[in-house]
Ligand binder design. Structure first.
Ligand SMILES: Cc1cc2nc3c(=O)[nH]c(=O)nc-3n(C[C@H](O)[C@H](O)[C@H](O)COP(=O)(O)O)c2cc1C
Ligand code: SF4
Length: 654
């Protein structure tokens, strides 16, 4: 096995230290070679199902351009997302790539060629989803008939014949990937998918030769690995994504994985990509910005030492200094990043050129994942180009002067995108700092990632040469520009006639964010969207008694799956009274009336916050001949994804 080990990272670092002494992240840039496959550096694009494939699993032009862009950003290894192996239950998602049929080979070839043309190693992840089948069609298959979480679909227990078929399917899919030119295959053996469930006695309760003892539980994974290895031949690498801990009661832990890893290496693995968790602990596996960003990196070192093969550390490694340390300290040979490269494909290039401040940071909003879960395409809330790599940003045919009024995310994005196309841009902001609602929300103690986004915006605007005029109110009728982009955001409604007789402060959510410390006592928040739920959490952390009410039966749709998991838990912990299916009827004096199940109820409160927002009407007047565009929440829409996208679109149109 020693043959498989790369040059120890620390030795390579010493050898090259003269050249690299000025680098901020020298270990990340070290080349490495494994069994003749050369990697230009240690940064890996982690597999991330982006939902760009055709309904039959074949690759689209967007798939190809998406991966070409990530490889052009200088990642050393691109591991293409989970790709299904058969059409009898292995597919997890609606727009997933497939390797189940020879007709997939041409599209997969386009992807691998694009990646290799940009100098990265082309890897592909193969995986059978097992019980965690997100698409609703049958069957869901697993070693035992155990649902992945209480209340979820109970899978069908696989027969021996079906197990043999799945092994053969992995072999056939590997052959197709080899024909398509991939240099590395990764077997998905983590995250609660099929192979992972065979390993764990919590999900594998079979009584035949595939269940029970350690040897029996490893039989299927070993058979798959051996079958894939046989198709790969000696020149291509076989990796497995393996948990370091299932993070479940009764699940496998690092001690057991340290025994499993060397056994799988014996079966034919060259590398191990270490992760953790299953669908049941989605908020740990793909942590939202509310959690401080704990990584799974600590599992990589023990697995590396036990298995004695190169190891990829993964899971929220968003701090480049930490990524560098993992390599420099021999805890891992590579680090993989999923969301950070979704947000900024040029991240490796920027880090390796000592430009960390130029990295557009992933803010862990999980909009990308929410769209996947909702059956859509993967787009990024901070980068409107992600998901549209097939479009090229073209220089404008004539340079125009563009005034953007409002420096929230929509205005900033319009300014950056217009400037990228060669226009001369002035960005006006009435407040003293840019950022709009992002800056307002960054005041909340649990929105850990927003300050970095604000720093990025300031740097990016300066680098783009956008003239930023803060603390000045711009008027459309006095501005001298060819194009005016109206990006002033929403106004917050204080519920009009319903609160006219209230003798307590009634404020909109935007004002509440500015004056958190001044809002005291018992507080009623109307609307359990993201703004309402986060305000409720922040105020309850300040010791206020908070009532959060929502007309619908659940949080509003801008609270995504993972945010909901964390917010519900935190609101409960803080003692926030959450009332769904409850309508606000009005307030008089310090009494609010709400209606639930057609029964009115009175509530004494000291303050009220409304989360209702309205678009600001376009300023009247304006010089004739000036093109006027409206972006972001000024259009009556909501959210960061729409803000950045509309800003980008407006800039593409001028
Ligand atoms: C939208 C989305 C799709 C993902 N798809 C895959 C996948 O296809 N295969 C896989 O092993 N992990 C997948 N993951 C998990 C990531 O590879 C990674 O482990 C996780 O996002 C945490 O790392 P990060 O903070 O670098 O994103 C996905 C994550 C997201 C957000
Ligand atoms: S959508 Fe949000 S979580 Fe996903 S990559 Fe973009 S910033 Fe990160």
């Amino acid at each position: 096995m020693a043959l498989n080990m790369p040059t120890a990272p620390s030795e390579a670092a010493v050898l090259l230290s003269d050249d690299r002494s000025s680098l901020l992240f020298p270990a990340l840039g070290l080349p490495i070679s494994i069994r003749g496959v050369s990697f230009r550096n240690r940064i890996v694009q982690a597999p991330m199902c982006a939902m760009y494939a055709n309904a039959d699993g074949s690759a689209t032009r967007q798939n190809v351009e998406y991966y070409r862009t990530r490889a052009a950003g200088q990642a050393g290894l691109i591991i293409v997302e989970i790709t299904f192996t058969d059409d009898a239950g292995s597919r997890a998602f609606h727009a997933q790539l497939g390797a189940h049929d020879d007709r997939m080979i041409p599209g997969l070839t386009d992807i691998s060629e694009a990646v290799r043309a940009e100098g990265a190693v082309a890897g592909l992840q193969l995986g059978h989803c097992g019980a965690q089948r997100v698409v609703s069609e049958p069957p869901a298959l697993a070693p035992s008939a155990i649902a992945w979480a209480p209340g979820k679909r109970v899978p069908i227990e696989l027969t021996r014949e079906e197990i043999a078929r799945i092994v053969q399917d992995h072999s056939d899919a590997t052959r197709r990937a080899v024909q398509a030119g991939f240099q590395l295959l990764e077997l998905h053996a983590a995250h609660g998918y099929l192979v992972n469930t065979f390993l764990s006695p919590a999900t594998n309760q079979r009584t035949d030769e595939y269940g029970g003892s350690f040897e029996n539980r490893l039989r299927f994974p070993r058979e798959v690995i051996a079958a894939m290895r046989a198709e790969l031949g000696p020149k291509r690498l076989l990796c497995a994504r393996l948990n370091g801990d299932d993070l479940l009661p009764g699940g496998l832990t690092i001690a057991e994985y340290c025994k499993i890893a060397p056994a799988l290496v014996e079966a034919g693995l060259d590398l191990i990509h270490v992760s953790a968790g299953t669908y049941r602990v989605m908020e740990k596996r793909i942590p939202p910005m509310y959690l401080a960003g704990e990584t799974f990196a600590a599992y990589a070192g023990p697995i590396r030492r036990a298995a004695k093969v190169p190891t990829i550390a993964s899971g929220t490694i968003h701090d480049p200094a930490e990524a560098n340390r993992l390599i420099a300290d021999d805890e891992a040979d590579f680090v993989s990043l999923a969301r950070p490269l979704f947000a900024d494909p040029a991240l490796p290039n920027k880090l390796l050129q000592n430009r960390p401040g130029d990295v557009l940071p992933c803010i862990r909003c999980n909009t990308c994942l929410a769209r996947e879960q909702a059956g859509g395409r993967g787009y990024c809330a901070v980068n409107p180009k992600t998901g549209r790599e097939y479009e090229r940003v073209t220089p404008a045919s004539s340079v125009k002067t563009i005034a953007v009024i409002g420096a929230g995310p929509a205005g900033i994005q319009s300014a950056l995108s217009a400037s990228e196309r060669g226009h001369e841009v002035v960005l006006w902001e009435r407040e003293n700092r840019i950022g709009g609602q992002v800056r307002l929300a960054s005041a909340l103690p649990f929105k850990h990632t927003l300050p970095r986004l604000l720093d990025y915006y300031e740097t990016a605007l300066e680098r783009a040469g956008v003239v930023v005029r803060c603390g000045e109110s711009a008027r459309a009728d006095t501005i001298d520009a060819d194009v005016i982009v109206h990006a002033v955001g929403p106004t917050w409604d204080t519920l009009g006639a319903l609160t006219r007789e209230a003798e307590i402060p009634v404020v909109g959510a935007g004002d509440a964010l500015l004056h958190l410390d001044e809002i005291g006592g018992r507080i009623l928040i109307v609307g359990a969207g993201l703004a309402g739920a986060e305000l409720a959490w922040a105020l309850s952390l300040r010791g206020r008694q908070v009532f959060l009410m929502e007309r619908d039966s659940d949080f509003d749709e801008d609270v995504n799956l993972i945010a909901k998991l964390v917010l519900s838990r935190e609101l409960e912990k803080c003692g926030v009274h959450v009332h769904f299916s409850t309508q606000f009827m009005g307030a008089r004096g310090d009494m609010a009336t709400v209606l639930h199940d057609e029964i009115p109820r009175e509530l004494q409160v000291d303050a009220m916050i409304s989360t209702v927002r309205r678009p600001v009407p376009l300023q009247a007047g304006g010089r004739p001949g000036v093109l006027r565009l409206v972006v972001g929440e000024s259009r009556g829409t909501r959210g960061l994804l729409d803000a950045t996208y509309s800003g980008y679109r407006a800039a593409s149109a001028v």
